[in-house]
Design a protein around this ligand. Sequence first.
Ligand code: G3P
Ligand code: MG
Length: 257
Amino acid sequence: MKLLPPWPYPCLIAHRGAGKLAPENTLAAFRLGAAHGYQAFEFDVKLSADGKSILMHDAILDRTSDGHGRVDALTLGELAQMDAGSWHSPAYAGEPIATLVSIARYTQANHFSVNIEIKPSPGREWRTGAAVSIDAQHLWSTAEVPPLLSSFSEEALGAAREFVPDLPRALLLDTLPADWLQRLQALGCTALDANHRVLTREIVEAAHAAGFRVLCYTVNEPERALQLLDWGVDSLITDAVDRCGRLYRAVDCRAHG
Ligand code: G3P
Ligand code: MG
């Protein structure tokens, strides 16, 4: 049994800011998540054409803004003209695409912790892992809690490890390959970050026994959240900041370990 690494993150983390209740990955979503009591946030980061770190889930702009085409084809100045709120609802019309800089300011001013999911545009995995991790190290250099870096891209996590070895990393896995433990070891990860549907009590125990924390996504039913926490999952990511907000108050969700 290996010693577990520190895990200074609360057991509930809001997905993309506040899940689906506000436009994902915008500052407005973080504010809404905070209003529901959340103190930790997951969000997706990729690069503009001029190499700036911005928040966006998809490789193209069409679903979550009034822009069209590839995010990485536009500069930060061009992306700043986009409306990232109207697609969601009139209340959020005019909400800008968030930058990693603005999120760093907001979360640290409010003593919130973050899970930065490195979400490279296709073909830019290494460059995105390097740039986002370097930006994160710089922007959170005086933070009480370091940002947790995660990615489905092993290439991006490898770049993060090379350029910023000190920031904790988690490998995102939607399914569990037979060699999942070896993959975590090869990338020097702190945590497994799995789709909650692939987790069992035995897998959580195997990860812990090998010295890895366990994080999972996207858990939207309070009963399932309680089951996962009972199995020993260290943190879970949720869209249901309203339903799981009540859960947040019912269990001791403060950071531990
Ligand atoms: O980081 C966990 C979760 O966000 C991964 O899936 O597609 O919502 O970014 P996705
Ligand atoms: Mg994500």
